[in-house]
Ligand binder design. Sequence first.
Ligand SMILES: NC(=O)C1=CN([C@@H]2O[C@H](COP(=O)(O)OP(=O)(O)OC[C@H]3O[C@@H](n4cnc5c(N)ncnc54)[C@H](O)[C@@H]3O)[C@@H](O)[C@H]2O)C=CC1
Ligand SMILES: O=C([O-])CC(=O)C(=O)O
Length: 265
Amino acid sequence: MTRTLAVGLVGWGAIGRVVGTALAQQGVRGAELACIVDNRPLGDAAPAPQVSFEDAIERSDLIVEAAGQGVVREWGERVLTAGTDLLVASTGALTDEELAKKLLAAGPGRVYFTGGAVGGLDLLQAVRSLGPLDEVSLTTTKLPSTLEQPWMDAELLERMRAASGPVEVMSGTARDVPVKFPKSTNVAASVALAVGDLDAVRVRVVADPAAERTRHVIEASGPHGAYRFEVAHRPDPANPATSQVVPYAVLRSLSALARRSGQIL
Ligand SMILES: NC(=O)C1=CN([C@@H]2O[C@H](COP(=O)(O)OP(=O)(O)OC[C@H]3O[C@@H](n4cnc5c(N)ncnc54)[C@H](O)[C@@H]3O)[C@@H](O)[C@H]2O)C=CC1
Ligand SMILES: O=C([O-])CC(=O)C(=O)O
């Protein structure tokens, strides 16, 4: 019999609350919520003890990061070195190639990445084995308010706020974009992870006041085929920068890691 996976959850926000609540209610057979880390006091409502990051590493077989890219940078290697596995939501941290290399080389813990808000990454990763793709692009369209950033100048902010239709707010590669929108475009780094090249993924970020649903369109083509994956998600009501499906993608990843039968891998 496989032993129950003790999960330490980092981040009690839009993603973490759903993941933690489901785990605490035995929503993932073979996994249980051991503890929670958050830099805000959570009070009695939390369904597991709130502990320090160091304690969480001690108590957990697997840490789920649902807090932000900074947490992956600061703690990722330490988690793995301690022999604890790590499931990352903030894949944008991988745009730092030094960090990405360290995490992939570190152990004995293993690092995993959730597919999060996008689909098709499994297939793109398979296609990569046939040889490089000629073109890969991602277009992300979100409500303007979810894309506002401290580095934006007054002119761009005004254009976004006054827009009556779609406004392109950035185009670049998967190396540049997740750093500029750290809470909104981790998916760009996830696509790059699947195809194995940050610079090969062209990314457009579009603010659209009509985007009641967050859209991500991945297009790729190469000698072996052409691929298009399009999703339109309801944003999380509490945090509209995050799509409502994301915690469920994390829970699906957890089911696979808890070695439940019947998973699509
Ligand atoms: N791969 C994907 O498709 C997606 C990835 N994400 C990533 O997941 C992260 C979390 O998303 P949400 O839950 O929507 O954010 P949120 O803002 O609703 O919650 C984040 C939680 O983490 C806590 N936190 C932040 N920094 C921390 C630190 N240094 N130590 C401990 N706790 C800390 C905050 O207090 C908050 O409770 C995002 O910042 C983003 O990087 C989000 C959406 C999609
Ligand atoms: O939830 C989404 O639609 C995507 C997102 O915020 C991210 O990739 O950081």
